[in-house]
Design a protein around this ligand. Sequence first.
Ligand SMILES: Nc1ncnc2c1ncn2[C@@H]1O[C@H](COP(=O)(O)OP(=O)(O)OP(=O)(O)O)[C@@H](O)[C@H]1O
Ligand SMILES: [Mg+2]
Length: 285
Amino acid sequence: MAREDYYPASSRLLRRLQSTMLKTPDRLISVGEMAEIQRASTGVTGLDGMLEGGYPRGRTILISGACGTGKTIFCMQFLYKGALMHKEPGLFLTFDEAPNKIREDLGRFGWDLRKLEEQGLLAIFDATSIKAGVASDEKHAAGVGAVDLEKLFTDVMKTAREMGVKRMAIDSIPAMAVQAGSPSEVRRAILKIAYLATHHELTTLITTEIDEQSASAEARKFSHYGIEEYVSDGVIVLNFLGSEKEASRTLYIRKMRATKHNVEINPVFITDQGIVVKSVEEVFG
Ligand SMILES: Nc1ncnc2c1ncn2[C@@H]1O[C@H](COP(=O)(O)OP(=O)(O)OP(=O)(O)O)[C@@H](O)[C@H]1O
Ligand SMILES: [Mg+2]
């Protein structure tokens, strides 16, 4: 794929300038600024350098993309690498895929999630069964039947506190909406997540689906509930162009508060070790 396909609108000069700055991040940031913001490494190869070292800690970041763009892998990679390399406990709240499927699917990357769970460095909180009416046999799980999201998040935070969780992922808002009673309950839940993340200094990734390329105004909106992007300190957009060509996945940092971030549409690869982001220069020269 030609690089122009990624950058139809931006100038070559600007791209060169940005990439030079990215290669020398110490020159981008004043010492005073750096001292203020703590960063959590993203766990995604190539991404920390595009974000001044990582996500601002204690913030809520929206990970947006259509189905199959790698949202679940992206989130678990943040928790897995954080636990493995920095010994920071993580909590994955799943409304979407059952925990055993997650363990199995992500085991393909050589990630032994069970081991981290046994070490108290990872918890997968099962919220897939609320509406199904079937009790989960997971250690950490929502109740069956009419569990309200307020109560669920109280339980999740109790687990997070007990484990000393530093990193959290919630997958996904559309799936949470299916389990919720009403759109207003979803709205309240999103507000609560953002509040709890800040209050407990949890760096939190939340997945959602938007399609910025869609002809439909509804699909193009970042938030289906009108508030996700406002309560989020960052928005990362994953895309899959559906082409057979090698560089058909992209990552775009749409917003990251308190961060001088890369603003390009970067090629992404899902490798045997997980997600890798590259700069345009690396791929296209
Ligand atoms: N081992 C692997 N090697 C390469 N690509 C993989 C591998 N495992 C998964 N993928 C790719 O990742 C995609 C699934 O990623 P993931 O489940 O994170 O997507 P998602 O955005 O969460 O999807 P959904 O919206 O359906 O939940 C697959 O469709 C496939 O294209
Ligand atoms: Mg998913």
